[in-house]
Design a protein around this ligand. Structure first.
Ligand code: SPV
Ligand code: MG
Length: 291
């Protein structure tokens, strides 16, 4: 099944679905092998892995290069965190064309201004996009896609900016009418109260995506009860790898020896497996002269 169709089915399925963050081909492959049905190509994680801030410091074509490796290495759909679409409607629709060419299943854009800042950094002073302008951007993206199943998720940042649930509902409804396939409602609170308030008013109008990074204590079963369609575990492979790399670098530096790390790191065979080394071995028997 096409990756776009897989993602559309996840968003439309009656049960709660989850997708997991990746920031390069290696982490994307691990997400797939774990059993997840989809990948969140996180802007925060990709930029952190590139050594830059989550402020559109990496150009959109640099992000595309990372995505191409992620997509080539996997068979499950990738939902790109497309920030604000990297400009106005015209930049955003060109992004859709380039994503479709790379078999990326969908993109999420947020109603902020370029260059954006991560939602957990000074959220209240972040400016929101004009509703009409952002709705035009969604329409342009939906109009340009060639594959009917390509997914556009519209992310509402009203709660992040402190504008309240009423404004969030107003924006979500406008973006639904503009043609978005799903609404991502984001919150930075440590409990899920405002997400619950949003969901109760929203009902089953249209699929909803959430990112419970800050309200991680809320049981996942509650999200299902609220009618949420898709949960994104947004940055945990990045954060896990930072911890593992710090511990390993620290131990080797301290001991000036590999003795106490060999058993704690992945074996080289695992690395070769993740690179699909087996396939090359097989291809060599087919295509190289066998003496
Ligand atoms: C990301 O993963 O880059 C996101 C989610 O946009 S958040 O960091 O919560 O804004
Ligand atoms: Mg992001």
């Amino acid at each position: 099944m096409k990756k776009s169709t897989q993602l559309k089915n996840l968003i439309r399925s009656n049960q709660l679905e989850t997708i997991m963050e990746a920031h390069n081909a290696l982490s994307a492959k691990i997400v797939e092998e774990t059993g997840f049905k989809g990948i969140w190509a996180s802007g925060l994680s990709i930029s952190a892995a590139l050594g830059v801030r989550d402020n559109n410091e990496a150009s959109w074509t640099q992000i595309l290069e990372v995505l191409e490796f992620m997509s080539d290495a996997t068979t499950i759909p990738i939902l790109l965190d497309g920030d604000t679409g990297y400009g106005n409607f015209n930049n955003a629709r060109r992004l859709v064309q380039k994503l479709e060419q790379r078999d990326i299943a969908g993109v999420c854009i947020e109603d902020k201004l370029f260059p954006k800042t991560n939602s957990f950094i000074r959220g209240e002073v972040q400016q929101l996009a004009d509703i009409e302008e952002f709705s035009g951007k969604i329409k342009a993206m939906k109009d340009v896609q060639k594959d009917d199943d390509f997914v556009v998720v519209s992310r509402v940042e009203a709660l992040i900016a402190g504008w309240g649930v009423k404004e969030a509902l107003k924006r979500a409804e406008a973006y639904r009418q503009a043609g978005a396939d799903a609404i991502l409602i984001h919150s930075k609170q440590s409990d899920s109260n405002e997400i619950e308030a949003f969901m109760k008013e929203w009902g089953n109008r249209h699929p909803v995506v959430i990112v419970p990074t800050k309200y991680y204590k809320t049981p996942t079963s509650l999200f299902q009860e609220l009618g949420v369609s898709l949960v994104i575990w947004a940055n945990h492979n990045l954060r896990a790898s930072i911890k593992a790399m710090k511990e390993t670098s620290g131990k080797i530096y301290q001991d000036q020896s590999l003795l106490h790390v060999e058993q704690t790191v992945s074996p080289l065979e695992e690395v070769f497996h993740l690179q699909n080394e087996e396939e090359l071995g097989h291809a060599e028997t087919l295509y190289l002269p066998q003496s």
